[in-house]
Design a protein around this ligand. Structure first.
Ligand SMILES: O=C(O)C(=O)C[C@]1(C(=O)O)C=C[C@@H](O)C=C1
Length: 336
């Protein structure tokens, strides 16, 4: 037996004893791990493919300069609007009702970039945005995270004990779950956007109707702040991404996003993740979305710290290409 085979056999025997699984199953798992480690060392991968060419050709500065056309979901005063201003202070913002409309505006070239919420520190991932990322061939070109403070807003003259209905985006309702649970008499309704909910409540002029939105929306839509800071967790934050049709890798890019569809067999996620661990790359996010029409099979979205201009990272991604069913580079951008 060669040393590598001996080591594999010993690993399989130890794993079988430790876990009580069959020797054959443990051997199969050990072989998977071995293949994964080989991939990390730059062997066994397809290498130097389409991905490396795409990354090498990506510009370090956007073609739109400092004044892009920016698509934002919702209306003026939305949290995402604040993210647009932070990311593109010189940009021209246009509003679209739904996340899907923002993707369409980017797809059709009506705007240079679209800004979208992607995850919140309390309520978790914005799943619709992940689904849309999988449906479009876009690139994440920048990102930022903002503190999110929610207020209960109602028409002037309203009182807390008169509130019956509360409107907001499901993410905002999710971030105020405890506050809403403490008011069982209120009916919560989903709205396309926090600021759109505030605008709706203003339009209705009904003192029984309130919205969960930012303090800025109280000013913009002449509403009364019934309560401030109603989010469940202090330090509540949302991360926002900017997407474009062409990749841009800014010089300060330090977070990489990829999408992968893995072979539907035992240990394939395990060996995929093992490669990142063995390459010393720090994973900061993993999300999965179902593949419609394929029974309980998933697209995985992974974020890790690093730069694809670094040799080690590029080698790892290239080695994965061709070994998984689908691998897409979603972007390398600053994580501000
Ligand atoms: O931008 C807004 O105001 C939204 O309604 C969207 C959104 C989100 O989907 O995460 C943005 C930030 C907050 O986390 C709550 C809601």
């Amino acid at each position: 037996m060669r040393p590598a085979e001996e080591a594999l056999e010993a690993l399989a025997r130890a794993a079988a004893e430790e876990t009580g699984s069959s020797a054959a199953a443990a051997r199969e798992m050990a072989a998977e791990l071995y293949t994964a480690l080989l991939g990390c060392c730059g062997q066994g991968g397809a290498g130097g493919g389409e991905l490396a060419r795409l990354i090498a050709a990506a510009p370090q500065a956007p073609r739109w300069g400092s004044a892009p056309q920016v698509a934002c979901p919702g209306v003026e005063g939305a949290f995402t609007h604040q993210a647009c201003r932070t990311l593109y202070p010189g940009g021209e913002v246009s509003f679209y009702p739904e996340f899907a409309d923002v993707f369409e505006a980017v797809e059709e070239g009506r705007v240079d970039v679209g800004v979208l919420p992607i995850e919140n520190s309390t309520a978790g991932s914005v799943l619709d945005v992940y689904t849309l990322l999988g449906e479009h061939r876009f690139f994440i070109v920048d990102a930022t995270s903002l503190p999110i403070e929610h207020c209960l807003l109602a028409p002037q003259g309203a009182a807390l004990d008169g509130v019956r209905q509360v409107y907001s985006h499901p993410q905002a309702l999710g971030q105020c779950r405890h506050y809403l649970a403490a008011h069982p008499g209120w009916e919560s309704s989903s709205f396309s956007n926090t600021a759109a909910a505030a605008k709706y409540v203003k339009g209705e002029g009904d003192r029984a109707k309130a919205a969960i939105a930012s303090a800025l929306c109280a000013q913009l839509y002449d509403l009364q702040v019934l309560e401030q800071g109603i989010e469940d967790a202090s330090g509540n934050r949302t991360r926002f991404i900017a997407v474009a049709k062409e990749p841009v890798i800014l010089p300060q890019a330090d977070r990489v996003s990829i999408l992968a569809v893995l072979p539907h067999r035992k240990g394939s996620l395990f060996s995929f993740l093992a490669r990142f661990a063995a390459a010393g790359l720090n994973l900061c996010k993993i999300e999965s979305r179902p593949i419609p029409g394929r029974r309980f099979e998933f697209v995985f979205y992974l974020d890790f710290e690093g730069s694809v201009r670094g040799e080690k990272t590029l080698a790892l991604l290239s080695s994965l290409e061709g070994q998984v069913e689908r691998l897409a580079f979603l972007g390398n951008y600053p994580d501000r």
